[in-house]
Design a binder for this molecule. Structure first.
Ligand code: ZN
Length: 242
C-alpha cells in the first residue's frame, strides 16, 4: 500500500523539466516556406520530447501547453514555477528574411543582446503577448531586493551552463548557426529561480531546416542530444534522478 505513496514522493524528488511549446492559439508564430506552422511543430516536438524524457524513468516533465491554446509569456513562466520545474526549455522554430540562414540556436536571457539578430529575435518572440490584445504590465514594482538579485544571478549562471552543454551535444548531431549561444531580452526566460533557455530548432524560412523539422528521424536524433544534455546538467546539479 505504501508503494503508491513512495512513488508519489519519488516523482516529486525527480528532476523536473518544463517544456514550453512556443506560440499557440491565435499566435501561430513563424510560417515555413512550405507551410509548416511554428506553433504546430513546437507542440509536436515538445510532446515527443516529453514522452522520450519520461521513458528514461529519470525525469518528471511538465508542459506549459498540451494543445493549441494561447498563453502569455508570463503565464508560461508561472506554470513552470508552480509545477516546481528545475529547468525550463522553450521550443521554437523561427523565420527570418535571409532564407539561406539555417541551423539551431540556443538563447539565454540578458538585458544586453549578444548581437542585432538576437535582439530582433527576442523582439519578435516578445510580440506574442501583443496578440492577446494587451501587453501585461512589466512587474517593475516587484521588489528586486538583494536576495532576489542573488538568486537571479545564480540561476543565470546555471542557464549559461546548460546552454553550453546543450550546444555541445547538439553540435555533433545537427547543424548550428554561427555563434550558437546568443542572448537577448526574452520575456519567457525571466523566471528568477529556474535555469531557462530558448531553443530555436532551426529556421522555417529555410527549406532544408523546414524539411528536417518535419522529419521524424531528424527529430529523434535531435531529441537524443537534448536528453543527453539534460542528463549531464541534472547530474552536475546533484539531482536525485539525474
Ligand atoms: Zn517562436
Amino acid at each position: 500500500l505504501g508503494s503508491a505513496k513512495d512513488e508519489a514522493v519519488a516523482m516529486k524528488d525527480r528532476f523536473t523539466v518544463a517544456l514550453d511549446a512556443g506560440h499557440g492559439g491565435a499566435d501561430g508564430g513563424a510560417r515555413g516556406v512550405n507551410g509548416t506552422v511554428e506553433k504546430q511543430i513546437t507542440l509536436l516536438f515538445s510532446l515527443e520530447l516529453k514522452k522520450k524524457l519520461e521513458e528514461t524513468g529519470r525525469y518528471r516533465v511538465v508542459l506549459t501547453r498540451e494543445d493549441d491554446r494561447f498563453l502569455r509569456l508570463d503565464e508560461r513562466v508561472r506554470i513552470a514555477r508552480e509545477k516546481g520545474a528545475d529547468l525550463f526549455v522553450s521550443v521554437h522554430a523561427d523565420a527570418i528574411a535571409i532564407r539561406s540562414v539555417r541551423g539551431a540556436t540556443v538563447y539565454t536571457v540578458s538585458d544586453k543582446a549578444s548581437d542585432a539578430e538576437a535582439a530582433a529575435t527576442a523582439a519578435r518572440e516578445n510580440l506574442s503577448d501583443e496578440i492577446a490584445g494587451k501587453v501585461p504590465e512589466e512587474e517593475q514594482d516587484e521588489v528586486e531586493d538583494i536576495l532576489v538579485d542573488l538568486i537571479r544571478r545564480e540561476t543565470h549562471a546555471f542557464s549559461i551552463r546548460f546552454a553550453r552543454t546543450l550546444i555541445g551535444e547538439l553540435s555533433s548531431t545537427v547543424q548550428m548557426v554561427k555563434n550558437p549561444h546568443r542572448y537577448a531580452g526574452f520575456r519567457v526566460l525571466r523566471a528568477p529561480d529556474i535555469p531557462s533557455v530558448l531553443l530555436e530548432l532551426g529556421y522555417l524560412s529555410n527549406p532544408k531546416d523546414e524539411a528536417q523539422l518535419r522529419d521524424p528521424a531528424w527529430r529523434e536524433k535531435t531529441m537524443a542530444a537534448i536528453i543527453d544534455a539534460i542528463s549531464y546538467f541534472a547530474k552536475a546539479n546533484g539531482a536525485a534522478g539525474g
